[in-house]
Design a protein around this ligand. Structure first.
Ligand SMILES: Cc1cc2nc3c(=O)[nH]c(=O)nc-3n(C[C@H](O)[C@H](O)[C@H](O)COP(=O)(O)O)c2cc1C
Length: 181
């Protein structure tokens, strides 16, 4: 299983980092320049440490990278966190950097695309963009962790959301206690 993970310039970079730590299989990472700055502002990780979690790392400008082509085989893409700017571009079919192009490849090749927006409150434009993307086949998985497993730490809250992403990718995990278990 090969997964493209994109980390874009929204708060909640830790969700993307923890996903990289837990995700099995081959991982290609695209991290935008804004995401790198937010990463340093809101986590204890360095950009270099995060890059080491992936098998391949691409710059957002690398439109000649393998994952920019539908002929290159990868199974799924997760954009986590996904800025509303990137989400809007994907919903409109704009493919002007490697994140939006790889997402457009997912849409046209009917591959799984999981988008994790993190913005609040949501404007009507944002809500319409998410609806459009969902109707076109992407999974919209907002960065809103559940509280029913009674989390005691921030890490447990983060793990809940990472577990929901892994559920979408079909990877077994024990990152949170399921309702009824
Ligand atoms: C500190 C900081 C936090 C931000 N948080 C968010 C956010 O949570 N959600 C969002 O949609 N945009 C957020 N933005 C704005 C995006 O970074 C901005 O729209 C940027 O153009 C996104 O570019 P990218 O998607 O190519 O990384 C934030 C910006 C900064 C500087």
């Amino acid at each position: 299983m090969k997964t493209v993970v994109a980390i874009t310039g929204a708060s909640g970079i830790i969700y993307g980092i923890r996903l990289l730590e837990e995700l099995e299989g081959e991982k290609a990472l695209i991290i935008t320049e804004t995401a790198k700055r937010i990463l340093e502002a809101e986590t204890v990780y360095t950009v270099e440490q995060v890059m080491e979690l992936a098998d391949a790392v691409y710059h957002e400008d690398e439109l000649f990278a393998p994952v920019a082509s539908g002929s290159h085989r990868f199974d799924a893409m997760v954009i986590c966190p996904c800025s509303e700017s990137t989400l809007a571009k994907i919903a409109s079919g704009i493919a002007d950097n490697l994140v939006t192009r790889a997402a457009a490849v997912c849409m046209k090749e009917r591959r799984k695309l999981v988008v994790v927006p993190r913005e609040t409150p949501q404007s009507p434009i944002m809500l319409r963009n998410s609806l459009r993307l969902s109707e076109d086949g992407a999974i919209i998985l907002p960065a809103s962790p559940g509280f029913y497993p009674k989390p005691q730490t921030v890490e447990e809250l983060v793990n809940f959301l990472v577990g929901k992403m892994l559920d979408q990718l079909g990877q077994p995990h024990e990152l949170f206690r399921r309702w009824g278990d």
